[in-house]
Design a protein around this ligand. Structure first.
Ligand code: CP3
Length: 345
């Protein structure tokens, strides 16, 4: 495999760069007026996810405004439950709603064999993107990690306490494993198709890993992630994979060492000096500005960004937020952030 030339892929391969590559989670989204316009042209949010021309357009929108090093496929982690046969709707202002599967008796509706029928338009979006993004920009494909996708499948919507899924997982671990195994298989197939269509890197979003007990984290976060990474690398040994186990705290080292991911995404709560001393020596890290700074802006945003750069840019590092951009973000602050990072020496 020749050495990568794009800065984002070089950092993922372990190079320390004087200016880190930059992208932001949810860089396409409601904070941009052009996104809101395309979204209303598409109809619903899911109509947009399954419309290759418009999904490609919204992926490209932030690249026209900002000097980013990577673009992330526009889709959602919840297309997997939908492709498996679970009913999904996004109600305006209320987030996702699914017909909850509360125990193993509900798993019969899920069918891995037909997922590509639903997901075909997503692969088409990736293929279109791979020929339309500028040549120095890398294309990231993604999926939710099994535990996080399962939280929506079992709770039926976003949750504050995750009581239903913890009850299912702790009370019937063998039944719950069947759900996780289905998700490992579907996610592997889904990501392999994204890579075939042109994705150059994969990010696995484990947004809700932090709610589990120690053993739960090992069994429902580390083990399924490891299976997916192993499956992907069996076919594409050089494919870089970023794991983003939000809220993982002290599990971050085990996560990096036992899953096989190339890089680890950091939420805003992780102490950076600890990262520089303990995690970054094991491989590239990505993060972790609190997205709230993009709303407040000003000197505070710049000082916090400087602190992140000063602590992490002496090793392999990709600049990002600690979680996704929110709809209230000021597009102007995003521009100021990128400009500061580009020029900081
Ligand atoms: O730009 C990008 O980052 C790529 C697209 C992307 C979306 N969702 C688009 C989206 C990605 C990578 C995701 C991941 C995702 N989706 C996660 C993991 C990361 C995270 O943010 O924690 C999760 C948990 C979801 C599930 C999801 N999708 C929820 C809970 C919601 C509703 C909350 C909200 O922000 O409205 C969504 C909707 C969603 N996904 C939107 C976008 C742009 C907003 C939909 C709209 O336009 O109304």
């Amino acid at each position: 495999m020749p050495k990568p030339t794009k800065t984002f892929l070089r950092a993922l391969a372990g190079e320390t760069l004087p200016v880190p590559p930059i992208w932001l989670m949810r860089q396409a989204g409601r904070y941009l007026p052009e996104y809101r316009a395309t979204r209303s042209e598409a109809g619903s949010f899911l109509d947009l996810c399954y419309n290759p021309d418009l999904a490609c357009e919204v992926t490209l929108q932030p690249l026209r405004r900002y000097d980013f090093d990577a673009a992330i496929l526009f889709s959602d982690i919840l297309v997997i439950p939908q492709a498996l046969g679970q009913h999904l709707a996004f109600k305006q202002g209320e987030g996702p709603q699914l017909d909850a599967i509360r125990d193993a008796s509900g798993l019969g509706i899920l069918n891995v064999d037909r997922i590509h029928d639903t997901l075909g338009p997503v692969y088409e979006t990736v293929a279109k993107l791979s020929t339309s993004i500028p040549s120095h920009i890398s294309l990231i494909g993604f999926a939710g990690a099994p535990w996080t996708v399962a939280t929506y499948m079992v709770e039926g919507k976003g949750s504050k306490d995750f009581a239903n899924i913890r009850r299912f997982a702790y009370g019937d671990p063998d039944g719950f494993s069947r759900l996780i195994d289905i998700l490992v298989e579907a996610t592997t197939q889904y990501l392999l198709k994204q890579v075939e269509a042109g994705a150059e890197c994969i990010q696995l979003f484990e947004t809700w890993g932090g709610v589990l007990s120690e053993n739960g984290f090992r069994r429902w976060v580390i083990e399924p992630t490891k299976k997916i990474v192993t499956n992907l690398k069996a076919v594409h040994p050089d494919l870089p994979v970023i794991g983003f186990p939000r809220g993982a705290g002290l599990h971050l080292i085990d996560f990096k060492q036992h899953t096989g991911v190339d890089a680890v995404g950091l939420d805003s709560g992780v102490p950076l000096k600890w990262v520089a001393e303990n995690l970054q020596p094991l491989g590239p890290v990505q993060g972790n500005l609190d997205p709230m700074y993009l709303i407040t802006g000003g000197d505070e945003m710049i000082e916090e960004t400087r602190r992140i750069l000063d602590t992490l840019r002496n090793g392999p590092f990709i600049f990002n937020l600690g979680h996704g951009i929110t709809p209230e973000t000021s597009p102007e602050n995003v521009g100021k952030l990128v400009e500061f990072i580009r020029n900081y020496r």
